[in-house]
Design a protein. Structure first.
Length: 269
């Protein structure tokens, strides 16, 4: 029997198969105007969530995502679902991992592939659509204790979501978590968000993802503030500039206005 004959006689329906979904954690950094031109704008890391319009978990907040269609890649599904549910269109995806724990979806055997993405602040205007009743940006705070317990705090105005997790392991640059309290987030999305955020921080540590939060040209201070916001740390300017020098190149342009001395604009090499 040759391969063609084997494939013609092969019955794939002999094996149970899960449904496949794609979910995406989209991050942005929101800048708040200062009270005075003498001060820098404040910044906070934000995550795009949708409020589910259908069962299960109706009216709960969740990551945008949905079922992969026939003849569609998982990546294409993620981009399509985000556009349909929020109106936001990311330009690139970072794979985070697969989620296949039995019982994670009350509808049945559903495996999800999680992606993360970053968009500049000016592209942050979501509009709920498709099966999402609403789409909104939530500020993100994630804290890890020495004993492995973690808290995830998401807030949009008066809407506050507080989830509690436990760090299970951290291997190959990826952390995994058990959910102690989902904070009313849908499915296992509390763990997904925590793991996507940890992956984002690891990438920011190596200067890989921080450029995606900014326009093509930026100041070194803006770039430093992005890394600090994502990683939730303070960085010494001299150390940052020494390390980032091999990743950027100065342009012949400078900043204008804002009441400060003009600063050189840089581009990623």
């Amino acid at each position: 029997m040759n391969e063609q004959e084997f494939l013609q006689s092969y019955d794939i329906t002999k094996y149970d198969r899960p449904s496949l979904t794609a979910d995406i954690a989209i991050f942005a950094i929101h800048r708040f105007a200062p009270d005075s031109y003498r001060h820098e704008p404040s910044r906070e890391l934000s995550l795009l969530l949708v409020r589910r319009g259908q069962h299960p978990f109706r009216d709960c907040w969740a990551l945008p995502g949905g079922f992969v269609q026939r003849e569609e890649s998982v990546e294409a599904c993620a981009l399509r679902e985000v556009a349909e549910e929020t109106g936001v269109q990311p330009s690139a995806l970072m794979p985070i991992g697969s989620y296949s724990k039995p019982g994670r979806d009350p509808r049945g055997w559903v495996v999800s592939e999680l992606f993360a993405s970053v968009i500049p602040d000016e592209d942050r205007l979501p509009v709920g659509g498709d099966d999402a009743a609403e789409a909104a940006w939530f500020s993100v705070r994630f804290d890890e204790a020495a004993d492995g317990s973690c808290s995830l705090r998401l807030q949009n105005g008066q809407t506050l979501i507080c989830a509690r997790l436990k760090l299970l392991q951290s291997r190959f640059g990826r952390s995994s978590f058990a959910i102690l309290d989902s904070g009313a987030l849908a499915f296992d999305h509390a763990a997904m968000i925590a793991e996507a955020l940890c992956a984002l921080r690891e990438s920011a540590k190596e200067f890989e993802v921080i450029f995606d939060f900014l326009p093509k040209r930026f100041t070194l201070t803006e770039l430093q503030r992005v890394q600090e916001t994502v990683m939730n740390v303070s960085v010494l300017p001299a150390n940052f500039r020494r390390k980032i020098s091999e990743y950027v190149v100065a342009t012949d342009e400078t900043t204008e206005g804002a009441g400060h001395r003009p600063a050189v604009l840089y581009e990623k090499k």
